[in-house]
Write a new protein. Structure first.
Length: 424
């Protein structure tokens, strides 16, 4: 059987580009009797400035289309409240951009008559359904932690609004319905964990029966950094301006509203002072200027050597309001770090797999403050025990070999069913 994954050029980023790069590398180390087609790796020209990731380019375009440019123009309330307004234009262009980025991989898959076309975003799935030849199946693997329309409109366009208000805009409702239609039309849906389906159902209950039949293929990954840092922990912390004599938590990722960074800050505000409860949080990913000034926050900006940063901190924080199955958490488990997790969506899957977790049942400031206080106050033995559980979880479930075998097993089951159907 020939399986073609449709997506943007492979790159060391998040989203489909990073996922498929991890899959390519993982498949090289396990037996595969199927032919697997993957997008080419992105080639950055040395004489050109680095290109933004697909999400980054979408984000800039979306922000400008909804929020506006330097004049700080805001979409009018009338435009947001009617069907076919500025949100509609933004979402159409975003889906077109997804399909355009994946077009070379779709061209190849159609030309080589792949048996299965695996789309990794909504725009590409729609294009694959339109172009597939007779006998070609289309699968959709979901990579957003909520409906695509809500993800784009809320996080890239209207971050100051409550997600329920954004979901209720006519254009977001329309495009959520469109995603439901695509999910009904594809031959198979794929999720990284069963718990992720709950996040889509929070957006629209109609997702629940569709995703109940989804295949589950848990992600696995490796950052591939040095297992033993070449310097001391104190030296690593000094490099990033982190205290050597206090506990350090790490927030790794963006500060889009779904990531709950505002809830984290409110939790910090509820802690006793740093003499009574010492500890700070390193924030890696967002531009330094985007991180609010706070005596317990250290904005690091974009960090290339995440492996060394993980080795320098005590625990990793994820306070997502919506959660799929974060790659950054797999990397934290590989590094043997305790996790402070909001118990939502895919985060619950990590806990079920045995990761060393401090679970937050909600994101109320008092709950987050209590979790942070525990993280900052853990004795060394508890930190070591939770970190050991995290590493064991990684080794038992989330290595690249596990990842590749799960994909191959899905292809094997599909090929067996197709063979049985042809004999019936």
């Amino acid at each position: 059987m020939t399986v073609a994954h449709l997506g943007p050029p492979l790159a060391r980023t998040g989203g489909p580009a990073g996922y498929l790069l991890q899959l390519r590398d993982a498949l090289a180390h396990v037996p595969v009797r199927h032919r697997i087609l993957l997008p080419d790796e992105r080639v950055d020209r040395a004489h050109e400035p680095p290109r933004r990731s697909l999400v980054g380019r979408l984000g800039r375009r979306i922000v400008r289309s909804v929020i506006g440019g330097p004049k700080f123009y805001r979409a009018s309330a009338a435009s947001l409240a009617r069907r076919g307004g500025e949100l509609d234009d933004m979402l159409r262009r975003a889906l077109d951009d997804m399909a355009r980025a994946s077009a070379p991989s779709l061209d190849r898959a159609v030309a080589e008559r792949a048996d299965v076309l695996v789309a990794h975003d909504l725009g590409t799935a729609a294009a694959a359904l339109e172009r597939r030849a007779s006998g070609q199946s289309v699968w959709l693997m979901l990579h957003t932690p909520m409906s695509t329309a809500l993800y784009l409109a809320w996080n890239w366009g209207l971050p100051e609004q409550d997600w329920r208000a954004v979901l209720d805009y006519p254009d977001v409702r329309f495009w959520t319905g469109y995603e439901l239609e695509i999910c009904e039309r594809v031959d198979r849906l794929v999720l990284p964990c069963r718990e992720a389906a709950d996040e889509f159902a929070r957006c629209d209950a109609r997702f629940a029966p569709l995703l109940a039949r989804a295949e589950i293929v848990a992600t696995g990954a490796t950052r591939g950094g040095r297992s033993t840092p070449r310097t001391t922990r104190a030296a690593m912390r000094t490099t990033w301006g982190l205290p050597v004599d206090q506990p350090v938590g790490l927030f790794l990722g963006t500060i889009q509203p779904y990531r709950g960074f505002d809830a984290l800050v409110q939790g910090l505000d509820g802690l006793a002072d740093r003499v009574a409860v010492p500890g700070i949080i390193a924030v890696a990913g967002p531009e330094r200027g985007a991180v609010p000034v706070h005596d317990r926050l250290r904005a690091l900006g974009r960090v290339a050597d995440v492996s060394t940063l993980l080795a320098a901190v005590d625990f990793v924080i994820n306070v997502n309001r919506f959660s799929l199955f974060d790659l950054s958490l797999i990397e934290a488990l590989e590094a043997g770090k305790p996790l402070l997790l909001h118990d939502a969506g895919g985060n619950r899957a990590f806990r079920a797999l045995g990761a060393g977790c401090i679970a937050l049942p909600d994101l109320r400031p008092s709950t987050v403050a209590s979790g942070l206080e525990r993280g900052f106050s853990m004795p060394h033995a508890e930190t070591a025990a939770l970190g050991g559980a995290s590493r064991a979880c990684y080794e038992g479930h989330l290595t690249p070999a596990h990842f590749a075998r799960r994909h191959v097993a899905l292809y094997d089951r599909t090929a067996a069913r197709q063979a049985a159907a042809s004999l019936a």
